[in-house]
Design a protein around this ligand. Sequence first.
Ligand code: ADP
Ligand code: MG
Length: 678
Amino acid sequence: KASVMDGTQFEDELSSGNDDSSEAKTMLEKLQEDRKSLPIYRYREELLKAIQDHQVLVIVGETGSGKTTQIPQYLHEAGYTKAGKIACTQPRRVAAMSVAARVSQEMGVKLGHEVGYSIRFEDCTSEKTVLKYMTDGMLLREFLGEPDLASYSVVMVDEAHERTLSTDILFGLVKDIARFRKDLKLLISSATLDAEKFSDYFDSAPIFKIPGRRYPVEIHFTTAPEADYIDAAIVTVLQIHVTQPLGDILVFLTGQEEIETVDEILKHRIKGLGTKIAELIICPIYANLPTELQAKIFEPTPEGARKVVLATNIAETSLTIDGIKYVVDPGFCKIKSYNPRTGMESLLVNPISKASAEQRAGRSGRTGPGKCFRLYTKYNYDHDLEENSVPEIQRTNLANVVLTLKSLGIHDLVNFDFMDPPPSEALLKALEQLFALNALNSRGELTKTGRRMAEFPLDPMLSKMIVASDKYKCSDEIISIAAMLSVGNSIFYRPKDKQVHADNARLNFHTGNVGDHIALLNVYNSWKETNYSTQWCYENYIQVRSMKRARDIRDQLEGLLERVEIELTSNGNDLDTIKKAITSGFFHHSAKLQKNGSYRTVKNPQTVYIHPNSGLAQVLPRWVIYHELVLTTKEFMRQVTELKPEWLVEIAPHYYQLKDVDDSGAKKLPRGTGRAAL
Ligand code: ADP
Ligand code: MG
């Protein structure tokens, strides 16, 4: 399996003793020394000069050279923060948090004071903050309150090569304000070499290259394709662990679930290896991982042990973990894909691009020669991988962005200065969707509903559901549901050895087949009744951390309700009105039961299934709406609620006609589908 070992021996750097008097030094002094050893340090003066001389500068440097942590500090030291804050955007919230934490340490200040971060639903900044790390999406939202970004002296769009949707939109907006704010400095930084494209877009802005140091990396391919890349990854990690010199391992997986699986199996198998083998410390890292655990990946590996980091794409360029000597690359990542014709969006596991494969391999050669084990064949690499990934703007639902741009007063979207324009079909679809949601009128102008929706940092369907709850007098319930949905799929805890107990506990919240949305509401309310008890969470297999996050989000949504002048109202137990409010946002996501137990989406028919974790998976109501689609073995609907078809026509008359919801034959249910009595 994964026969990629060649027995080459490496110089064992990790065990070489460190004989200077570093113990005597304070932590701060040590960090200052670390700063000086980064590749970027030698170019400090030159870089500051270039920034002084040019309004826009494209900066290119290998991952780990110090761009993200150092450049904002250099600018601060050079006095730029006297004129305003420095924003540094990151595509991922984990990166924003972790980098801000590091920089606050390096500056010897408390996180949230001079150095802070801002991510959706979490603002860790204060009056004092001058270096603000933030997700690109948050800076985009700041335009709503401050269209010229007057409080900033520098904007650094970092990780530009990731080309996230928000980064691409930011490009257009910052390019525009730079024209009339001559005092604003704009830095576009990237880890890859296609800087020309950025330079061209920003009117031939100069490119500043930070030469990186990189040790040779040996690349190994598998000789035959792997049927199961998870299994192959586990075997490869164990092979490295028992046959290769010490040095940490970085494994690229596609998401939290995969990481948890590999974590569990590795722990199990390592026990079987006996005590002669060096200790293997497993460190997962993904977006929803609690902050305390995130810090663990940066802790130095104890002498004689080996660390294996199980990471999502986040470790490709956003985070640099020192000491990685081996990379295991299964060659996949999870990406959002969108079909503008049907308006369907789904998360898919896809092969990575060659550019990504190179970045991943590079992670092993930072501190010494490295090895990268690709769990695919050379042929596969040469013939099947694309050169570069498709920018998100060309494969995603644009409704959110269109709503934001409209709120910024940008109406002519077709002529917006996109670096790579989205397919016009996708733009049209977004306009159509916003029109159906009543966020835009027939002339494409923002309506009052649309203006209210734009206040919420949520997808338009969720914000519409909240705004609609005003009409149904159930905003109290709806923001709890919205908060629970925003936490993601980490509410219920399902340990492998207690699955039956966990599933039974979960079903308690579904009594009466109320559907997944109401079940989430039940969880939230029950927890609230126990006065937010941790013990209660344990007893009910609920993740307390996710609940706390939901409470946080809910508090913020409550604040936003006030801002858009929607009263907090509760309608007690009238579930139908709650479901109608949900339908007001999610009517696009309706599906009807078929004879074989599958579902067909009502508009743009496609076959989908209720996710096995849904409370309605055994119930199979005739009509449902769903929160999202995920494609694993099948196209599954996640978070499903029963619906009365006439609501569709009542709530979205310009989207559904009577014929769409023609329910003739409703009485003749197929045998065995056991419709629940509601
Ligand atoms: P770049 O942005 O060029 O990829 P960074 O500024 O992110 O580089 O990283 C520079 C160095 O800072 C890394 O090599 C790493 O040693 C250190 N570093 C960055 N973030 C952290 C962190 N959260 N904890 C510990 N060290 C970190
Ligand atoms: Mg960086």
